[in-house]
Design a protein around this ligand. Structure first.
Ligand code: TXA
Ligand code: MG
Length: 376
């Protein structure tokens, strides 16, 4: 994409440039929007304490305004400015995982505009570990409300190019920090009740949370789709990540019943989330793509790189390595965007065990597939 054709006023490729930070800070202080890298995905930042900045964010994303924003902070003391109450367990959690890919839900102070929290009485707070994000918050003095910097419904951006594609003439500036490290959004934990509840699975897994908190629940509505259950994180109810083509997940039967729990017979490494797919899965994907191609459709296969040469499809889009959740998470959204770029009409994907990080990855992949799964 030629950036000359684009209307974003400033795209800064070298974020170590202090002039860039000065401009970004000025924009934020004046109520404008700046996209910036975090360790999870790129965020679309505005002043979280100004209702008009949050309104601009909803407009730029095309996002329903009942879907609240996360406020990003750089210092522990900032929590007191936002939250009415900080339970002991919440403090323990923040001390264990901040700065990092964890968002905590607490009861909000009246100073936090209802626009930012989508009318809820609670506020989502996260302290990112990415140095550019931390620097932007500190130097601007702004508590930055930032959803993922994608158009509502599309995969979250893991490269500045993804933000440019989606935000075109809608925002003032992008700080380009290169590819993000993690690639899926933060884990959201509701700390307003007696037992902590995971509202959105992410890089920090249930097992890791239990290590510091004891019992942790998962919002039932995010485990299996059920139209009668309403997710407690409003954003989890919307269609998300879906490529324009029809994506179907092919998996070995029995894989679908994970619930985010860590099985004691699993290996101790959280990055081990299942080995290569079975021959039956490969055969079925080859059969399906051949059939679709014979009907003249553009097909694509999402596969881990070590399995790539087993497929006959011309458009192979790789997703990291089997057995390594971190590499799959890092590639997932770019791969889903790639499906659209090549105009894929029918897409088949391998599946991953739903334990540990695999649970968070499958949460996204299943949404992208509209929960279309074929068991073989
Ligand atoms: O990793 C991340 O969390 C990224 C980076 C930029 O920090 N941000 C992000 O924001 O993913 P967003 O807006 O795309 O997703 C925020 C999610 C939505 O599902 C929203 O409904 C939920 O958090 N949320 C925000 N405030 C909430 C609240 N008070 N109660 C429950 N859910 C909340
Ligand atoms: Mg988002």
């Amino acid at each position: 994409m030629n950036n000359e054709d684009k209307k974003i006023k400033t795209i800064v490729r070298n974020v170590s440039d202090s002039d860039a930070f000065d401009i970004a800070c000025r924009i934020l202080k004046e109520g404008g929007l700046v996209a910036f890298p975090t360790e999870t995905v790129y965020g679309l930042g505005g002043d979280g304490l100004r209702a008009e900045s949050s309104e601009k964010i909803y407009a730029a994303k095309g996002r329903p305004s009942d879907n609240p924003l996360i406020i990003h902070i750089a210092d522990m003391a900032d929590v007191e400015r936002l939250a009415r109450e900080i339970p002991d367990k919440a403090r323990t959690l923040m001390e264990a995982f901040w700065p990092g890919p964890l968002t905590v839900i607490l009861k909000k102070k009246p100073e936090v505009p209802d626009t930012t929290t989508g009318g809820l009485d609670t506020v989502a707070i996260r302290m990112p570990s990415h140095p550019d994000a931390a620097r932007l918050i500190r130097e601007s003095g702004v508590l930055i409300a930032a959803p993922s910097a994608n158009t509502s419904g599309r995969p979250s951006p893991t490269l500045a190019e993804h933000v440019i594609d989606d935000m075109n003439d809608k925002i003032d500036m992008i700080l380009d920090g290169g590819p993000v490290g993690i690639g899926i959004e933060s884990t959201i934990v509701d700390m307003t009740g007696d037992t902590p509840v995971i509202l959105r699975p992410g890089y920090i897994t249930k097992h890791m949370l239990e290590g510091v908190l004891g019992e942790v629940k998962i919002d039932k509505a995010i485990i299996e789709p059920d139209p009668n259950l309403r997710p407690k994180a409003p954003g989890m109810k919307y269609t998300h990540y879906a490529p324009s083509g029809k994506l179907t997940i092919i998996e070995t039967s029995g894989r679908s019943y994970g619930d985010g729990n860590f099985d004691s017979d699993d290996t101790e490494s959280r990055d081990d989330f299942g080995g290569p797919v079975s021959q039956a899965v490969i055969d079925r994907i080859n059969l399906e793509t051949e059939k679709a191609e014979s009907e003249g459709l553009v097909t694509a296969v999402l596969t881990t790189s070590d399995m790539a040469d087993r497929y006959k499809c011309k458009n192979i889009i790789t997703l990291g390595e089997s057995g390594s959740g971190t590499t799959v998470a890092a590639r997932l959204y770019a791969a889903l965007r790639e499906c659209d770029r090549i105009g894929a009409e029918v897409i088949f994907s391998e599946s991953f065990d739903r334990d540990e990080l695999g649970f968070s990855i499958m949460n996204r992949l299943l949404k992208a597939a509209g929960h279309r799964v074929i068991e073989v």
